[in-house]
Design a protein around this ligand. Structure first.
Ligand code: 6PG
Length: 467
């Protein structure tokens, strides 16, 4: 009997199954797409079994069955559950490893519970390569069921610098997919920050693609040690197959998305979480499409060129800018997690989440170790910048961030997320935000009342005399 099963054998499912097999566990694989099973069958050996029917697959697994569903999120997951249910036994464990919306995972968790089936919603990050060699895994559901699959998940997960597997229990119901959603919101935020810094290097500092590639590589060994620095350097260096140019100059500048970052923003709005960098990153993807449509329809682009001096140290300032802006994206992600934990009565383990993201996932970076340390101090941080390390980073790098935004403004280069990061830091500990005027206006036109800063109680002013 096989110890683990995988449904869905496109590249992610196939690679995860191979990863399980490569760690010494026996695995069955099944897909409703026969050519996928045929391709999988090429790896067949005493630990890897291709299956051609639901029954063959389910019957090949030892009990309680442990089945990873690695297919497109949405209806296909519900259809798969309906196919599986009559074939399963009470106590079997299903793991949804797709980018499912956590609302769906909450619902499926309870639907499966009624049938005595344990349902684990698990965020998987790291793409194809991660799936094969070590992804970051974010499982949620019921903890005893997680403990039964933990040995396999810990074996296949990426390991951090201390050798700890990048997988831990995230919380009940859809908590795993909630954390993956926040991961993706941060991913959108940091990716947009990188592209704005690329824009500054290209159009303000006038660096070539090869120069920029070297700069990002240097930063990857400096202040911005991160997977996204590594791949940004590689993307910028890549030559085109079809022309003599770099490929980056021929990639259409319209960003696609599959909504997972947008979902973080949706829930951020429900919670009242000020996740401004994520918000601007989502809007920047929308904006890229609008800008493209405008240019296509013949609208003349606005052209503004900065003619002034470029200071020698500007590139170093951009490095500090990206370091701090990246910290703001993480801070906003953790702030939303903290607010969600309160609102949804979840016991989220922030230190474990930071550890999970240290290797294998798209947002992995050296900074996550500092985040882990910040949450390890046992403080219930409302905000990451309350921690001494991050407060110090903010104080040291804030002038660079301000300078970058200043140069961008002078040069007419849009920096929605960098500006959002600056505004966030200017606001989050600011005792003088001008919301008192908003309260005055609200009370004036709608008698909405206000609180005072010098005494308790709820107040209303008679602003004008009725005629
Ligand atoms: C990961 C990624 C991945 C996601 C892609 C594409 O952690 O490996 O988050 O799960 O699907 O990054 O996302 P978008 O198409 O929304 O950009």
């Amino acid at each position: 009997m096989q110890q683990f099963g995988v449904i869905g054998l496109s590249v992610m499912g196939k690679n995860l199954a191979l990863n399980v097999r490569n760690h010494g566990f026996s695995v069955s694989g099944f897909s409703i797409d026969k050519p996928e099973v045929d391709a999988f069958a090429k790896y067949e050996d005493d630990k890897l079994k291709p299956c051609y029917s639901w029954e063959e697959f389910v019957n090949s697994l030892e009990k309680p069955r442990k089945i990873l569903i690695q297919i497109m999120a949405g209806d296909p997951v519900d259809q798969t559950l309906q196919k599986l249910l009559p074939l399963l036994d009470k106590g079997d464990i299903l793991i949804d490893g797709g980018n499912s919306n956590y609302h769906d995972t909450n619902r499926r968790f309870h639907e499966m519970e009624k049938h005595g089936i344990h349902f684990i919603g698990m965020g998987v990050s790291g793409g194809e390569e991660g799936a094969l060699n070590g992804p970051a895994l974010m499982p949620g559901g019921d903890e005893p069921a997680y403990n039964k699959v933990a040995p396999i998940l810990e074996a296949i997960a990426a390991k951090n610098t201390e050798g700890k597997p990048c997988v831990s229990y995230m919380g009940p119901e859809g908590a795993g997919h909630y954390v993956k959603m926040v991961h993706n919101g941060i991913e959108y935020g940091i990716m947009q920050e990188f592209s704005e810094v690329y824009n500054l290097l290209r159009d303000v500092a006038h660096k070539s693609n090869d120069e920029m590639s070297k700069i990002f590589d240097k930063w990857n060994h400096g202040k911005v040690e991160a997977y996204l620095s590594e791949i940004t350097s590689k993307v910028l260096a890549q030559k085109d197959d079809l022309t003599a140019d770099h490929i980056i100059d021929h990639i259409l500048n319209v960003a696609s998305y599959k909504d997972t970052g947008n979902w973080m923003l949706e829930d951020g709005v429900v919670l009242g979480a000020p996740v401004t960098v994520v918000g601007e990153a989502v809007m920047a993807r929308f904006m890229s499409k609008q800008a493209h449509l405008a240019i296509k329809s013949g609208i003349k682009p606005t052209k503004f060129e900065y003619k002034g001096e470029i200071p020698d140290d500007l590139v170093d300032e951009f490095e500090k800018t990206l370091q701090l802006a990246q910290a703001v994206a993480y801070a906003q992600g953790f702030q939303q997690l903290t607010m969600a934990a309160d609102a949804y009565k979840r016991d989220l383990r922030y230190k474990g989440i930071a550890q999970d993201w240290e290797a294998g996932c798209i947002i992995r970076s050296a900074m996550l170790k500092d985040i882990e340390k910040a949450y390890d101090k046992g403080d219930k941080l409302m905000n990451l910048f309350q921690d001494d390390y991050f407060r110090d980073l903010m104080e040291k790098n804030l002038p660079a961030l301000r300078k970058s935004v200043e140069f961008a403004t002078k040069a007419g280069v849009p920096t929605p997320t960098l500006s959002a990061a600056l505004n966030y830091l200017e606001s989050i500990f600011n005792p003088n935000l001008p919301a008192n005027l908003i309260q005055g206006q609200r009370d004036y036109f709608g008698a909405h009342t206000y609180l005072r800063n010098d005494r308790e109680g709820v107040f209303h002013t008679e602003w004008y005399e009725e005629k």
